[in-house]
Design a protein around this ligand. Structure first.
Ligand code: URA
Length: 220
């Protein structure tokens, strides 16, 4: 039962004179199946219990995720950078602009997809998250994925790919080849920041070929 159905049920029950329904229980149950509410709860749970983010002090605010909670496609990056740390939204800096271009080229908008990171707080000096930091924070990403249940995940760069595929193999070897996380198809590809730094005909063609595979999978 969703929130709308629960409200209708409540209204019709009141019309026929039933005023003793355990209404709160009904609505609570409804909210627990609503992905927006679940993600909100999860974000709060993360902020109060994450073994990494509640202990480190190098950041302004956590950056949980943004986008369509029913998205078919999810992009997962590494960790917030300076701009994301300020705004509380993933991929809003230079790499985010590149990601927006990629999403547009795929015929979608940011609002159609869901965007998150392996680590929910900015590491000092934007360094790569350590395995220990990932081990402590990334279970919340796992729960996020379980709520959204996308058809396809694009792993942006090495950190996301290593975590999702449980591998230590480098991204240059893994990109363009399907993997799987919890039964969900994962396409590892370059991180947009890498693409900006290495903006060659070859890297652009590789990235686009990866995204074409993703688009084909979404159409299946
Ligand atoms: N790089 C990431 O991996 N994630 C962001 O949110 C921004 C930059």
């Amino acid at each position: 039962m969703d929130v709308q159905q629960a409200k209708l049920h409540l209204e019709s029950s009141m019309l026929i004179g039933v005023d003793f329904l355990p209404v709160a229980t009904q609505i609570e149950t409804a909210q627990e199946t609503d992905p927006t509410a679940l993600l909100e709860q999860l974000s709060m749970e993360h902020d109060s219990t994450c073994e990494h983010c509640t202990h480190t002090t190098h950041y302004t605010q956590t950056v949980f995720g943004v986008g369509n909670p029913n998205a078919q496609l999810m992009f997962i990056g590494e960790a917030p950078g300076a701009e994301e740390d300020q705004q509380g939204i993933p991929f809003v800096g230079e790499a985010g602009k590149k990601l927006d271009e990629i999403i547009t080229a795929m015929g979608m908008q940011r609002e159609d997809v869901y965007i998150a990171n392996v680590l929910k707080s900015r590491p000092p000096n934007n360094r790569t998250p350590s395995p220990d930091e990932v081990a402590k924070c990334a279970p919340f990403l796992g729960k996020q994925v379980a709520v959204i249940q996308p058809k396809v995940i694009v792993a942006l760069g090495g950190s996301a790919t290593k975590y999702l595929l449980g591998t230590t193999t480098g991204i240059t070897q893994l990109r363009g080849k399907w993997g799987s996380y919890d039964g969900i198809s994962v396409m590892p590809t370059f991180h947009p920041a890498y693409l900006i730094r290495n903006y060659t005909k070859e890297t652009r063609a590789q990235m686009w070929s990866d995204m074409q595979q993703v688009m084909a999978k979404l159409r299946e």
